[in-house]
Ligand binder design. Sequence first.
Ligand SMILES: *Cc1c(COP(=O)(O)O)cnc(C)c1O
Length: 226
Amino acid sequence: MTDPEAALAAMTPLAAIRERIAHTAAIARRKAESVTLVAVAKMHPVESILPLIAEGQRVFGENRVQEADAKWPALQEANPDLQLHLVGQLQSNKAEEAVRRFDCIHSLDRLSLLTALARAMDKTGRRVPLFVQINIGDEAQKGGCAVADLPALLTEARAADLPVMGLMCVPPAGIEAAPFFALLAKLADDHGLASRSMGMSDDFETAVMLGATHIRVGSALFGARG
Ligand SMILES: *Cc1c(COP(=O)(O)O)cnc(C)c1O
């Protein structure tokens, strides 16, 4: 008899998350490889990142350009196959820095940023895949494009030939996330976008069930942020 809980507890945090993704993907009749685990390392030092790289994790996330510039140049040089994703709000005046530093940006949410990113990609010659972040719970204080503004933003993105691969959301705190994940998946379907960045430490299994292609997991991998 193996007790699944005890088996998970004996693993490293990364191995346990991988196991939970595989288990959930199997239930959802999806391939585990169709889910990209983005290890969100914000507020955690390089020493905490190194063991995950040693365990084979290759996709990491940060939420601030400045913090990424401080932590990642040496790691990226030593591990050229790492991918760094920006999962936080981006100011237009940091667009060029972000395009140089990151391999994917999850937070395109407005026209002014779209214009800045298009200019930065032209200037640097780098084409960085983008997610449009949706304010999925229509929350006043939250970043993200309003659902109603998505069609116009996508039209502009296509006109500028930006590589938009999907939609991203952070659902409202404290209530069941599943309806918001389902809504994000439907919006992505409606607009012919293949990727969905949704699900964090507390709800990534729900997100995988509902079609997440990218889950962004921080505290479950690194522990609580200081
Ligand atoms: C911090 C952060 C995460 C990771 O959150 P955890 O709850 O620690 O897993 C995911 N997405 C975004 C946008 C974040 O800022």
